[in-house]
Design a protein around this ligand. Structure first.
Ligand code: 5AD
Ligand code: SF4
Length: 359
């Protein structure tokens, strides 16, 4: 009922049963009330600035075989690349000069010494070219504590590592059940990141086959328990070259997955008020104004893709990825959007989450 929902969103803190009620609403009116509350919470606790991170997809080489991901090691239809150092540095420089306070360096997961040292090298070089000004977030998977430490010392200060699902049964339905894909190792990695001093980001996919509202509630509770500073979460989008594709008949419609993703962002904002929440690229695959709508519902970080275009067609984690959207174009789209009149971009700032800076 609408009155119940209004009561819940105004509670000082939410419990599992509250989260479940909020995530289970199905009238447009109830959804709007939740989204409006999330907008107020964001404005009060996180401000009305959208922070920009230039996303560089450094390499699609990956040692893992996550069952949902288009660049999993066993997919032989992908040609593998690493962007040349010079090109990465050029992109970073453009991001810095365009006033993006930070970049995200993302890559498939590899733990070879060679890869670890490449990233270390890049970090030092990017820090140097920007006089230490450009903030750097890494998203390079599970690594040893020593590697995380080495990268932190080289200049990375945030790290994104999604847990994908907090429920272990579901986790092993979407990952092989082996040492390389262990849920407990993922938890250890998240703890190591925190211990090394990173601002830690995590998240999950929304609308996975077999995922229930209870699973999503557990995901939100795990984010809180991990005390994350940032969240990246988005809709699951099936990819034909992956094992999970054969469960596509179990999926909700794209509209429903989109609605659920937006609602989950809003509920998370009300639940963990001062964190940074990304408006993920995958939302645009389901709705042409997907990323704008996520901002309206409480997200506050946008990650325009600044990878050189020639590499992008081999970084298809999921189908229908809007890989040709240029960073400038996306920023313009946001600036001109009717939905975003009350927002401005946070230029030239790192845009750390208040959750981290205030802690
Ligand atoms: N649909 C949506 N998101 C995906 N990711 C990987 N494959 C898919 C997919 N098919 C996400 C995962 C991973 C991030 C880098 O991309 O959540 O953590
Ligand atoms: Fe590799 Fe990440 Fe894709 Fe898993 S989700 S296969 S770790 S790139």
């Amino acid at each position: 009922m609408l009155s119940d929902i209004k009561e819940i969103i105004n509670k000082p803190s939410l419990e599992a049963a509250d989260l479940k009620k909020l995530l289970s609403v199905n009238s447009e009116e109830e959804r709007s009330v939740i989204i409006e509350k999330a907008a107020q919470v964001r404005s009060h606790y996180a401000g009305n600035e959208i922070y920009l991170r230039g996303l560089i997809e450094y390499s699609n080489k990956c040692q893992k075989n996550c069952l949902y991901c288009g660049i999993r090691a066993s997919n032989l239809n992908v040609s593998r690349f690493s962007v040349d150092f010079d090109q990465v540095l050029q992109c970073a420089e453009i991001a810095w000069k365009s006033g993006y306070g930070s970049i995200v360096l993302q890559s498939g997961e590899r733990s070879s010494k060679e890869f670890v040292n490449q990233i270390t090298d890049l970090l030092y070089k990017i820090k140097k070219l920007s006089n230490g000004e450009l903030g750097i977030t890494l998203s390079c998977g599970e690594q040893s504590r020593e590697t995380y430490q080495q990268w932190f010392e080289a200049g990375a200060h945030r790290y994104l590592l999604r847990f994908e699902s907090a429920n272990q049964d579901l986790y092993y339905q979407i990952h092989p059940d082996d040492k390389l894909h262990s849920f407990s190792n993922r938890m250890i990695a998240l703890k190591n990141l925190r211990d090394c001093g990173y601002q830690v980001g995590s998240g999950m996919m929304i609308g996975l086959p077999g995922q229930s509202v209870d699973h999503l509630v557990d995901d939100l509770l795990l984010l809180k328990q991990l005390d994350v500073d940032m969240v990246g979460m988005g809709p699951y989008i099936e990819h034909p070259d992956t094992p999970l594709f054969r469960f596509s008949h179990l999926l909700d419609s794209e509209e429903e997955r989109f609605r659920r993703s937006i609602l989950t962002i809003a509920v998370l904002r009300i639940f963990m008020k001062d964190i940074n929440i990304a408006s993920s690229t995958a939302l645009d695959s389901l709705d042409p104004q997907g990323r704008e709508k996520a901002i309206v519902a409480g997200a506050n970080v946008l990650m325009p893709n600044i990878t050189p275009v020639s590499f992008r067609e081999n970084y298809f984690l999921y189908d229908k990825k809007p890989y040709l959207t240029e960073a400038d174009e996306l920023v313009e789209r946001f600036k001109n959007s009717d939905l975003l009149r009350d927002f401005s971009f946070g230029y030239g700032v790192w845009g750390d989450s208040r959750h981290f800076s205030g802690s």
